[in-house]
Design a protein around this ligand. Sequence first.
Ligand code: FMN
Length: 366
Amino acid sequence: MLYRRFARPLLFRLDAERAHELAVSGLSRGWRALPGVPKEDPLLAQDLMGCHFPNPVGLAAGFDKYARAVAAWPRLGFGFAEIGTVTWRPQPGNPRPRVFRLPDDRALINRLGFNNHGAGRTAGRLARHRRRGHLGRVPLGINLGKSKRTPPEEAPSDYAESLKHLWPYADYVVVNVSSPNTPGLRDLQEESELAGILDALAAVNRARAEAAGSAPLPLLVKLAPDLEPAQLDAIVDLALARDLAGLIISNTTIAREDLASPASLAAEAGGLSGGPLRERSTQMLARARRRAGDGLVLIGVGGVFTADDAWAKIAAGASLVQVYTGFVYGGPGTARRIADGLAEYVHRAGLASISAAVGTAAEGGA
Ligand SMILES: Cc1cc2nc3c(=O)[nH]c(=O)nc-3n(C[C@H](O)[C@H](O)[C@H](O)COP(=O)(O)O)c2cc1C
C-alpha cells in the first residue's frame, strides 16, 4: 500500500533502469533494516533438486544481475533467488535507454543485452557474500548466458568457462538460451546447439562435483515463450534424455499482441514481460508438463502479480514460480503477499502441501 501510494509514483518518475538501480543499491546496503526472514510455513516448503525451498516464490533472473542484494531476497520473503544473467566476459550491454514501462499493460520492455561484470568478478562478489554469511538462507540459482562477442560455435566453452568460476556458489544453474537481446542467442535453443552446450556444462559439473566430493548441481534450461510447440517438445525430450533437473518457462516475448499501450511504446525493441506474457507462458508450461509428467521440475515465470496468478502456474505444472515485473509494480511486499495467498489456497483446498497442487490442471489446454 505504502509502496503503491508513495514510493512507486516517485520511482516511476525516474527512467526505469535508474529506478531499478536505486532500488537494488538500496537493498544491497539497507537489507539489515528489512524485517527478518519470515518463519517457514510447512504448507509451502518443498524439497526439490536436492534443495530445500521454504516457499515456491522466487526472484526471477535479471533483477539482481550483479548479485548485489542476495542478503535482501530472503528477508523480502522470496523462497529462492536467481542471479544473473552472468556471461563469461564482462560486457556493458546495449545503449540506454533500454528498459521501458508500459503501465497500461502492467508490463515492461527491456533490451538490456546481458550487462554484467563477467563470471570471474561475480564469483568474487559471491565469495564475499559467503564470508559474510549471506548465502544459504534460500536456494541461489545462477543464470548463465553467452558473451556477446563469442561466436555461436564457441558457445559451449563460453558457458562452461562461466560455470567453472561460479560452480561453488550455485544451488542450481540455468542455461539461458532465450533472451531476445543477444543476437543469435535464441538459435541456441535448436536441439543440436543446445545439446553441445549441455554436454560442455555437464563435463564441468561432473569434474567439479568429483573434486568437491559432492553431487553435481541441478541444471535447468530457460526457454523463450515464442518457441513453436514442436520445438518445445524437442527440448523437453532432450532435457529428459540428458537428465536435466528442469526447465524455466519462460523468458520475455518478442510478440506484441493486444497491447493497450501507445503504439510508439509497444514498438520499442526488446522482450516484453508482465501481464501480456502470463497466458502464453502458462500455456507453454502446461504443454511441457503434459510431455514431461513429473520427470522435470518446471519453474513458471511470466506475468505473476498475485497468488491467483501463481496458483494457475502451479496447477499447470510449475513446482516453483518466479516474479520480476510483478515485483516492480507490486513493491517490496510482493513475495510475502503471494506466498501468504498460496498458503491460504493450499489450506482451503485441504491439501497437505503445495506440492500436491502441482500439475492438477495440466490436462487440456495448449
Ligand atoms: C528488465 C528485465 C531484465 C531481465 N533480465 C533477464 C536476464 O538477465 N536473464 C534472464 O534469464 N531473464 C531476464 N529477464 C526475464 C525475467 O527473468 C522473466 O523471465 C520475464 O520477465 C517474465 O517474468 P515477469 O513477467 O514476472 O517479468 C529480464 C526481465 C526484465 C523485465
